[in-house]
Design a protein around this ligand. Structure first.
Ligand SMILES: *[C@@H]1O[C@H](CO)[C@@H](O)[C@H](O)[C@H]1NC(C)=O
Ligand SMILES: *[C@@H]1O[C@H](CO)[C@@H](O)[C@H](O)[C@H]1NC(C)=O
Length: 387
């Protein structure tokens, strides 16, 4: 019985590998952030038409610090030498080399989810089937993968073979919820597409998330707002005044925000491991360590990073004030931020509209019946030992 299941698992892993592992990597311009920072639709006059303190930017690709200093021409060094050079490079540079970002590519037609079981399993959970099916129904032609923990290990081992510290960090994370958080960033960095928690329903196709007028070749990351608590005591309820959600993310592979968040979690994890504080890590700080607080901070850091954007002509930083109260999507550089209604409809607070609103794209099961943040991950947990 066990052997048979093992055999099935091996077969499943193999088949998954076959079509996930198709792209080869070539060094290419790292970051080609388009030089616009603007709100749209242009006709929107709901107070978000102008940016405060933020001006158009220049592409970063000519700046030295974010490029691969060691990615020398193979003709003089050969593959071996190149790999050696890379193994000594800073983590972010290695990641940029492995997963180059090209904003002009298409959004890959992947939908990634994680769960203890695949939908083919009788144990999958009947209550989750309509949600899972909604993603396939709304996205014909997409490759829709529900990745179990065992498959995740094999997949990551393949994708990150050249960045062993990332694998060490993943394997060292002491809680399934931390791995579930880390996995979504890792798979999007390496392959791109849509990640969405297993307890989310697709209300609309991702093809409709961005208005027709927005050129897809200028966008590399699409995010939504989880929380925009306009109240004095917001800190009692949320960890950031504006919190971006990470239960649904769309990206192109190699996006710098994903690279930054993966480097951050890797380094923080290995630091904690060295200090010996990882084993005693408790669930309370998940939000800061790998969850939406870290995600939100990483996005703001990116938007205010002079490596990527020309900040010299601006009047100040991008802050929560640029995104509070939004009712239409907003584009900053190559990032589109959707209003709270898009990924958090029906929460009946913070300005979110209901599920039937035209801007409602994804329904998150736990958001309908609002739960405190500490419980937010229950649906996303990936069990450690599947058997
Ligand atoms: C990771 O991000 C957090 C939040 O922004 C920051 O406090 C921390 O210093 C970062 N760690 C590393 C290693 O970059
Ligand atoms: C903008 O943010 C950077 C770091 O994110 C900080 O060093 C700088 O002081 C901020 N500038 C302003 C005007 O707040």
């Amino acid at each position: 019985m066990l052997t048979f299941r093992r055999a099935l698992l091996v077969a499943a892993v193999f088949i998954t590998m076959l079509y996930l592992v198709t792209r080869t990597h070539a060094p290419s311009p790292m970051d080609q952030i388009p030089p616009q920072a603007e709100s749209w639709p242009a006709s929107n006059t709901e107070g978000h038409t102008t940016r405060t303190g933020y001006t158009p930017t220049t592409p970063v690709s000519t700046k030295g610090s974010d490029r691969m200093p060691q990615a020398k021409k193979p003709k003089t060094h050969g593959q071996q030498q190149l790999l050696q050079d890379m193994s000594r490079a800073p983590l972010k540079d290695k990641l940029a080399y492995q997963f180059p970002y090209d904003v002009e590519t298409k959004f890959p037609a992947y939908i990634w989810q994680t769960w203890k079981y695949t939908p083919a399993s009788g144990d999958f959970g009947e209550n989750l089937r309509p949600a899972e099916a909604s993603w396939s129904e709304k996205h014909p032609g997409f490759i829709h993968e529900v990745i179990t923990d065992q498959v995740a290990v094999h997949l990551l081992r393949h994708l990150y073979v050249a960045v062993p510290e990332v694998l060490e960090a993943y394997q060292s994370l002491p809680l399934p919820v931390l791995k579930a958080d880390f996995f979504r960033y890792l798979i999007l960095l390496a392959r791109g597409g849509i990640y969405s928690d297993i307890d989310t329903h697709a209300l609309k196709s991702a093809a409709e998330w961005l208005p027709e007028s927005v050129p897809r070749e200028a966008i590399g990351l699409v995010i939504g707002i989880e929380a925009d608590p306009d109240r004095e005591d917001w800190a009692d309820w949320y960890s950031r005044r504006i919190q971006f959600c990470q239960w649904t993310i769309q990206s192109k592979p190699g996006h710098p925000v994903l690279r930054d968040v993966v480097a951050n979690i890797t380094q923080e994890t290995l630091k904690k491991k060295k200090e010996g504080s990882l084993k005693s890590f408790k669930g309370k700080n998940v939000i800061e360590f790998t969850g939406p607080a870290l995600w939100t901070d990483t996005i703001f850091k990116f938007l205010n990073d002079d490596k990527y954007f020309d900040m010299s002509t601006g009047k100040g930083n991008i802050t929560w004030e640029d995104f509070t109260g939004m009712t239409t999507a907003k584009k900053v550089g190559d990032v589109v931020v959707l209003p709270i209604t898009s990924f958090s409809p029906g929460v009946q607070q913070m300005g979110a509209e209901d599920y039937d609103h035209p801007m409602a794209f994804v329904k998150h099961e736990f958001e309908g019946t609002w739960k405190p943040e500490s419980e937010r991950h229950i649906g996303a947990e990936v069990k450690e030992e599947g058997q």
